[in-house]
Design a protein around this ligand. Structure first.
Ligand code: SF4
Length: 99
């Protein structure tokens, strides 16, 4: 059974960053600072709804509803093509390497 969405967080979209391809330019942090933040290594990570940086490899967070468009824009424009916005079934909604 699917986990219920947290209040204010999309039930359909989640986001992660592949730090191995992150250039550290900060576009995502500018577009959606409530979701993306640099760690001390200069790479971007996602934060959960309490602001905790998720530093484990492949960590996903649900996309907060107020910033869905900003997160999708970040995924589309990420120079490293390393932001993945996916649906619960794993389908990529935005981001990742171009086909
Ligand atoms: S936009 Fe992409 S490459 Fe740039 S800091 Fe964010 S995750 Fe890294």
């Amino acid at each position: 059974m699917a986990t219920p969405a947290k209040p204010g967080v999309s039930a359909d979209l989640r986001v992660r960053v592949d730090q191995g391809a992150c250039t550290g330019d900060g576009l995502c942090v500018q577009l959606a600072p409530s979701v993306f933040e640099f760690d001390v290594d200069g790479l971007a990570y996602v934060k959960d709804e309490t602001g905790d940086l998720q530093t484990s490899e492949g960590a996903y967070v649900g996309v907060p509803l107020p910033v869905v468009n900003a997160v999708l824009d970040a995924a589309d424009e990420c120079p490293g093509t390393c932001i993945y916005v996916t649906r619960p079934d794993g389908t990529i909604e935005a981001g990742g390497p171009a086909d």
